[in-house]
Design a binder for this molecule. Structure first.
Ligand SMILES: NC(=O)c1ccc[n+]([C@@H]2O[C@H](COP(=O)([O-])OP(=O)(O)OC[C@H]3O[C@@H](n4cnc5c(N)ncnc54)[C@H](OP(=O)(O)O)[C@@H]3O)[C@@H](O)[C@H]2O)c1
Length: 307
C-alpha cells in the first residue's frame, strides 16, 4: 500500500505520521502521480497547529502538502494530455502531496523540463506563484527600488530574483548568513532588527518605491509610515491585519496559482535565470524533522520531502 503523511488532531510536529493509505484512483480529468519530491511550506505548519482553524479548518485524518513533482502513474477518463511515465510538476489543493502517490486535476500539472532537478520542481509551486503574484502586485519595474522582507526564505528568495528580472533594484532584509547569497543574486542585503529603517534609507538614498513583506511583524507599517511607500505598492503575504489597516495589497498564492504562471517559472529555472535554493532534502519518513527545521524560520530557500 502507498504511504502518506497523516495527522489525526491539531498539534506540534509529533502529530505527524507516515502511514499506509488506500491507493488513490484517478477519476475523470484526474492524474495519479508517483511523487519524486514535494516541498513543505509554513502555512502547512500553521494549519497542522490549528492556527488557521477559522479560515481553513482541517478534517481528520488530514493529509498535507500542495507542491509536488513526479512521474505519471495512471490517468483517469478524459485525460489525453498526459500518459504514464510523463515527468510532471504541479500542485494539489487537497492537502495530499506529502505522499508516495497523489491525485491532481489535469489543469494543475505541467511537464517537467528534463534538466530541472526533482527537488527544485517539487518545491516550486507555492513559493513560486506567491513570489510571482507579489512582484506583480507591487508593479516592480525598471527604475524602482523594492524592499523585500524575509529575502532569503522560500518565497523571499524567489521574490528578490523575480523583482530583479522585472528590472527593479532590490534591497533584501535578511540575517548575516544570507547576505553573500543575496549579493550574488544582485540584491543589496540589509540586516533586519534595530535600526533597519536607517540602514534601508542609507542604501536607497532615502527613496523606496515598493515593499514586499514575506515575514510580517511590522514591515507594512514601516513601509508606509516610515519609508513613505504608497499603500498600493506594498504587498504582504502574511500580515492581514496591517494590510487591512493600511490598505496594502494581500496578493499571494491564490492570486498567482495557475499552470501558466508555473510554466513561466519553470522555464526561467530551466534557462538558469531563476534559482530555487534547496536548503535540505528529507526522506518522507523524517517529515517531523523537516518541519522542525522549517519552523525555526531561518530556511534559505526550500525544504523538500522525498518519498
Ligand atoms: N499568502 C500566501 O499566499 C502565502 C504563500 C506562501 C507563504 N506564505 C507565508 O509567508 C511567510 C513566508 O513563507 P516562506 O515559505 O518564505 O517562509 P520561510 O522559508 O520559513 O522564510 C523564513 C525567512 O524569514 C526570515 N526571517 C526570520 N526572522 C526575520 C525577521 N525578524 N525579519 C525579517 N525576516 C526574518 C528568515 O531570514 P534569515 O534566515 O535571513 O534570518 C528566512 O529567510 C510564512 O508566514 C508563510 O506562511 C503566505
Amino acid at each position: 500500500m502507498p504511504r502518506a503523511v497523516r495527522f489525526d488532531k491539531y498539534g506540534d510536529v509529533d502529530v505527524l505520521n507516515v502511514v499506509e493509505v488506500d491507493r488513490p484512483t484517478p477519476g475523470s480529468g484526474q492524474v495519479l502521480v508517483r511523487v519524486k519530491a514535494a516541498g513543505i511550506n509554513p502555512g502547512e505548519a500553521s494549519i497542522r497547529k490549528g492556527l488557521l482553524h477559522e479560515r481553513w479548518p482541517a478534517t481528520f485524518p488530514s493529509g498535507e502538502g500542495s507542491d509536488m513533482a513526479g512521474v505519471v502513474e495512471e490517468v483517469g477518463a478524459s485525460v489525453d494530455a498526459f500518459s504514464p511515465g510523463d515527468e510532471v510538476l504541479g500542485w494539489t489543493d487537497q492537502r495530499a502531496s506529502h505522499a508516495e502517490l497523489v491525485l491532481a486535476p489535469l489543469d494543475q500539472l505541467i511537464r517537467k523540463p528534463a534538466d530541472v532537478p526533482w527537488e527544485v520542481a517539487g518545491a516550486l509551486f507555492v513559493a513560486g506563484v506567491t513570489a510571482y503574484a507579489a512582484v506583480r502586485a507591487v508593479g516592480a519595474s525598471t527604475g524602482d527600488t523594492v524592499v523585500v522582507s524575509g529575502a532569503a526564505g522560500g518565497v523571499g528568495s524567489l521574490t528578490v530574483q523575480l523583482a530583479r528580472l522585472a528590472g527593479a533594484a532590490v534591497i533584501g532584509l535578511a540575517g548575516e548568513s544570507n547576505h553573500q547569497w543575496l549579493l550574488e543574486h544582485g540584491v543589496v542585503p540589509v540586516a533586519y532588527g534595530d535600526g533597519v529603517v536607517g540602514r534601508i534609507r542609507e542604501v536607497s538614498d532615502g527613496h523606496v518605491d515598493a515593499l514586499i513583506d514575506t515575514f510580517g511583524g511590522g514591515y507594512v507599517a514601516m513601509a508606509i509610515d516610515e519609508l513613505g511607500v504608497a499603500p498600493d505598492r506594498v504587498d504582504t503575504i502574511i500580515d492581514w491585519d496591517a494590510a487591512q489597516k493600511y490598505g496594502a495589497k494581500m496578493e499571494g498564492s491564490a492570486a498567482g496559482a495557475s499552470a501558466e504562471v508555473l510554466t513561466e517559472l519553470v522555464a526561467l529555472v530551466d534557462r538558469g535565470e531563476l534559482e530555487v535554493p534547496i536548503a535540505r532534502v528529507y526522506p518522507l519518513d523524517q517529515v517531523r524533522d523537516a518541519y522542525r527545521e522549517l519552523e525555526r524560520r531561518h530556511t534559505r530557500g526550500k525544504i523538500v520531502l522525498v518519498p
